[in-house]
Design a protein around this ligand. Structure first.
Ligand code: FAD
Ligand code: NAD
Length: 466
């Protein structure tokens, strides 16, 4: 039996990053993955393929709607070849997951393909083509999450689908009904809207992307209405039925009335659940919470002290970069270092267009916490850069402490906000004030000038260009 310092179960962004860091720190490391490719949800059926389709569909949308305005004329009809688009996405996925194979071998990490199950706190059985057993001083559970389902909606993977199937459809839906106006519903909804589907979003809460600052929900909803999405807020889906190629979704509105929606595909995107099935956590004494998450303390240690857990399978935001930070944190903790994660500064991004990005506290949270704050906002449409690209929607909003001027939250929607948010993360990590940002030079013309202007607005209401 082979012995390791650390065995990691699951090769998503949490697991593979933890493996690399453990190897860098001189630990003999193994990683176990049940699927034939490494990279987990994020690389195979999550972040990377969804962004590949968002990029392809964005090009198409630009070609159809905006090229002519830019003076670009394409003779003949512009058509989508969905098969080719999905094949390109898959090529991006294959290249990216292949990159993880390379990184494992470069760092001399042993890769096992098969389902990992604890025999006890230091032994793991791996069931693949054959059954193997390894011994590990420390283990890291990084088994991620799976799509949550609704008891009354049978996902048949053909017409009633999750994000996994939505990333490889063989035809463009005529009418895609999306249950859940969260991140997955809106990103994948935008892909198919651009490709020509009618898209109806049904959201239980009174706003889309309900965990983000409400001003972002409002602005994105406004843009989506312009893009002819049908968004139904405060509607709780209560039944989903398939009749041949027709899907009937019924939802209860605020007044308690039942409303029917008919389409040919239905995407169920109502969140994700931690995945521990087959792991045999009981044999290792690892406790799960009522919600099925692996319970961890502030060192990400489970109820069994030599076993840690990270990423989607534990509490907190289900984000690839959160899983990565936790992977590094645990590797360094095992190595005897004293790492730190600032959970308040893990940014959240929605990759629709306009992009939506956020870090720190929302206005609602500040109000709830009784913090005396001030707000500075600047519209993207007032930027020269936005006019040049015709990306006029959105704004940057900076929330700062009324007395100290320390930045407490930054919320933005607009072109390239997914990248712009990093400036806010850096500023907040160094506890910058709004005035600090307002006095830093921002290249002209860039979208980032909206951050400087919002900071000026927050400082003394002295934005220059509105
Ligand atoms: P995962 O990536 O889920 O990896 C877990 C791995 O463990 C899987 O490969 C699984 O097969 C394996 N496994 C499970 N049990 C066992 C076992 N017993 N033995 C062996 N292997 C096992 N996040 C972002 O930050 N940005 C985005 O743009 C983004 N887009 C997304 C788009 C979609 C459509 C989806 C579904 C998710 C997206 N996410 C995004 C979320 C992101 O994918 C997850 O937060 C991230 O993958 C979590 O990483 P993880 O390492 O915890 O788990
Ligand atoms: P989500 O939690 O973002 O959204 C689910 C939505 O479904 C919620 O708004 C909820 O109110 C609604 N809902 C639940 N039950 C309902 C019902 N019966 N009727 C109507 N609406 C209902 O979940 P998701 O969009 O499935 O995404 C799952 C996870 O994946 C998220 O936690 C997210 O962090 C991650 N993810 C991240 C990205 C990104 O970072 N860009 C992209 C995709 C997914």
């Amino acid at each position: 039996m082979k012995s390791y310092d650390v065995a990691i179960i699951g090769s998503g962004p949490g697991g593979y990053v933890a493996a690399i860091r453990c190897a860098q720190l001189g630990m003999k490391t193994a990683i176990i993955e049940k699927y034939s490719t490494l990279g987990g949800t994020c690389l195979n059926v999550g972040c990377i393929p969804s962004k590949a389709l968002l990029d392809s569909s964005h090009h198409y949308d630009d070609a159809v709607k905006h090229f002519e305005t830019h003076g670009i004329e394409i003779p003949g009809e512009i058509k989508v070849n969905l098969e080719k688009m999905i094949a390109r996405k898959q090529a991006v996925v294959d290249q990216t997951t292949g990159g993880i194979d390379f990184l494992m071998s470069k760092n001399k990490i042993d890769v096992y393909h098969g389902t990992g199950a604890f025999k006890d706190a230091t032994h793991i059985a791996i069931t693949g083509d054959t059954i193997k057993e390894i011994e590990a001083k420390y283990s890291i559970i990084a088994t991620g999450s799976k799509p949550s389902t609704l008891t009354f909606a049978t996902v048949d993977k053909e017409r009633i689908i999750t994000s996994t199937e939505a990333l490889k459809l063989k035809e463009i839906p005529k009418h895609l009904i999306i249950i859940g106006g969260g991140v997955i519903g809106l990103e994948l909804g935008q892909v198919y809207k651009r490709l020509g589907s009618e898209v109806t979003v049904i959201e239980y809460m009174d706003r889309i992307i309900p965990t983000m600052d409400s001003s972002l929900s409002k602005e994105l909803n406004k843009v989506f209405r312009k893009q002819k999405f049908k968004v139904n807020l405060s509607h709780k889906v209560t039944s989903v039925e398939r009749n041949g190629n027709e899907i009937l979704v019924t939802a209860e509105n605020k007044k308690g009335e039942l409303v029917d929606f008919k389409g040919d595909y239905c995407l169920v995107s109502v969140g994700r659940s931690p995945y521990t099935s087959g792991l045999n956590t009981e044999s290792a004494g690892v406790k799960l919470s009522d919600r099925g998450q692996v319970e961890v303390n502030d060192k990400l240690q489970t109820s069994t002290s030599n076993i840690y857990a990270i990423g989607d399978v534990v509490k907190g935001a289900m984000l690839a970069h959160k899983a990565e930070e936790e992977g590094i944190f645990v590797a360094e903790t095992i190595a005897g270092q004293k790492p730190h994660i600032n959970y308040n500064l893990i940014p959240g991004v929605v990759y629709t267009w306009p992009e939506v990005a956020s870090v720190g506290k929302t206005e609602d949270q500040l109000k709830e916490d009784g913090v005396d704050y001030k707000s500075g906002q600047f519209p993207m449409r007032a930027l020269g850069r936005s006019r040049a690209s015709m990306d006029l929607d959105g704004f940057v909003k900076i929330l700062a402490d009324k007395t100290t001027d320390e930045i407490l939250g930054v919320h933005m929607i607009g072109a390239r906000c997914a990248d712009l948010i990093s400036e806010a993360v850096v500023a907040m990590e160094f506890r910058a004030s709004a005035e600090d940002i307002s006095r830093m030079s921002h290249a002209h013309p860039t979208y980032s000038e909206a951050i400087k202007e919002a900071a000026l607005a927050a400082t003394e209401d002295r934005a220059l260009h509105i």
